[in-house]
Design a binder for this molecule. Structure first.
Ligand code: UN1
Length: 512
């Protein structure tokens, strides 16, 4: 196998770049220093220490968000939109700074990091428009002289728990909508991405000041798991929107449900794609490689299971393997690098354990899987994305391993492929590569993919913000971002107005 890893020593400078970006976004560097040191997965070097909030700080932050709620709720929605508009402008202005922070903390390539910030700008645009479209309905009343209508009201404090892999975009999907919906927001970012969170928070604070919105509507919590628990348990938090593992969702869901709060869960994905005999294989190849190896396999939407018709399986698999072997793995800031590091040692160990299990279960590693660049970066975890041929969909393939492993399986009959595709517990994103309209429609139908996202001739990752994002089964059922996702941040009020001067009862009931 050709080793195409970059071996040039990295000219680090990461911590300096991070300080410059933080400063440019308005983070007061004199108060940044704290015990919670964020390390870069690119080199393993410590970047900048962040403060660590205590349970008392968390209580106070939720208190401030709750206090700010009535004034924000009573601000007309289009004016709330003006705050988000200003925030979007600041995000655009600081796109490069934010991307630098995302690259430093997550190890994304600059192109992917910019794409992530672009998602924030896009959702801000969408939310501004939404602020004039929080449509309710009127329904014909069965009684004369009555009006029946549904009005959407702000919900309260929304807690947003975000994951390391999309440290700012997924948070922004929630926050931009929650703010135009009249909610206040308390944000708990992932521990690994406190610095980009501080920058985004500083920009939002500036937008709040510039637009005259009540201070307190946005609170950033820099805390650990205990802090998340305090947020989840707090009855003042009306909605907890959490992105992360299924294990995390299993902890959060019941706690919020026990206090009759609401949750919006975006949990694991174990996304699959089917390649049929009629597929354009050039297109399928690119779609598969981007979806499976992009972002070093650390997207919720990463392609992890590939079902290829036996008539094209050898051809496609050989091409995927060749593409994997030529992928440049290394410091994502270097030209030509497409695959950056894993976020930490735990991810690397999870990948190694999954590869070992796959081999025990009859799999053959066709490409990748090995650690690279240990000489240059002994404290960072670079791996070549792996392709593993599996004899069938064994136990390990049913699990989501948050690292780049693509399991390849063959099939004979589309019905069988769809059944296998749907046989895992997760249900986020899915794809079919085909030139046959009947096959495409079958995959998109109710009897086809059981996921929240189903694509034709596009890989599983890289969704646009205009559609609702989320999935079924263990993925948690939540929907974020576009379409009607805004409704999760509001409460519907069903209202009946009687202007008849009489008191007819519904269902023809007679009383006094
Ligand atoms: C995630 O990994 O949690 O569809 C979000 C995508 C991105 C968002 C991924 N737009 O891949």
């Amino acid at each position: 196998m050709t080793d195409t890893s970059t071996s040039a020593a990295v000219t680090s400078g990461l911590a300096d770049d991070v300080r410059t970006a933080l400063h440019a976004c308005g983070v007061d560097l004199s108060v940044v220093g704290g015990d919670a040191v964020v390390a870069s997965p690119i080199t393993g070097e410590p970047l900048v220490g962040a403060r660590l909030d205590t349970v008392v700080d968390i209580d106070a932050a939720i208190g401030r968000a709750a206090e700010a709620f009535p004034a924000w709720r009573d601000t007309p929605a289009p004016l709330r939109g003006q705050l988000v508009k200003r925030w979007g402008e600041l995000l655009s202005e600081h796109k490069e700074h934010l991307a630098t922070l995302v690259t430093a903390e997550v190890g994304k390539t600059p192109s992917e990091a910019r794409g992530e910030v672009q998602e924030m700008i896009d959702i801000a645009d969408l939310a501004v428009g939404q602020s004039r479209q929080l449509y309710g309905k009127t329904m014909p009343s069965e009684r004369p002289g009555h009006r029946l209508q549904e009005v959407w009201h702000p919900l309260g404090v929304v807690g947003v728990i975000s994951a390391f892999n999309f440290p700012v975009a997924v948070y922004a999907w929630n926050t931009a909508l929650a703010l135009v919906c009249g909610d206040t927001v308390v944000w708990k970012p992932a521990d690994a991405t406190r610095l980009s969170a501080m920058a985004v928070d500083a920009l939002l604070a500036r937008a709040v000041a510039d637009s005259g919105a009540p201070s307190g509507i946005h609170q950033l919590l820099l805390t650990d798991a205990d802090g998340s628990r305090a947020l989840v348990e707090d009855p003042r938090v009306a909605l907890v929107s959490a992105t992360g593992s299924v294990r995390m969702g299993r902890e959060v869901g019941p706690v919020v449900a026990a206090r009759f709060g609401r949750t919006l869960l975006e949990l694991g994905g174990n996304n699959g794609a089917i390649v049929t005999p009629s597929a354009d294989l050039d297109l399928a190849l690119r779609g598969v490689v981007f979806a499976a190896a992009g972002t070093a396999g650390q997207r919720c939407t990463t392609l992890r299971r590939l079902f290829v018709h036996s008539s094209v399986a050898d051809q496609l698999t050989l091409r995927v393997v060749a593409a994997y072997e030529s992928l440049q793995v290394g410091d994502p800031r270097e030209d030509g690098v497409l695959v950056g590091p894993l976020v930490n040692e735990r991810s690397y160990e999870a990948q190694q354990a999954a590869l070992a299990a796959a081999q025990e279960q009859g799999g053959t590693v066709l490409a990748g899987g090995d650690r690279e660049l240990t000489d240059v970066h002994p404290d960072a975890y670079y791996v070549r994305p792996a392709v593993v041929a599996m004899p069938d969909q064994t136990a390990i393939v049913h699990q989501e391993t948050f690292a780049p492993i693509l399991y390849v399986m063959t099939y004979e009959d589309l019905g069988e492929a769809i059944a296998l595709h749907n046989a895992v517990p997760q249900g986020l994103s899915s794809a079919i590569f085909t030139s046959d309209q009947g096959e495409a429609e079958r995959f998109l139908s109710a009897a086809g993919s059981d996921c929240g996202i189903a694509n034709v001739n596009i890989g599983t990752s890289g969704a646009e913000i205009g559609g609702a994002f989320g999935g079924e089964k263990e993925t948690g059922g939540g929907r974020e971002s576009g379409s009607d996702a805004w409704k999760a941040y509001m409460r519907p009020s069903t209202q009946t107005v009687n202007y008849s001067g009489e008191l007819p009862l519904a269902q023809g009931v007679t009383f006094i």
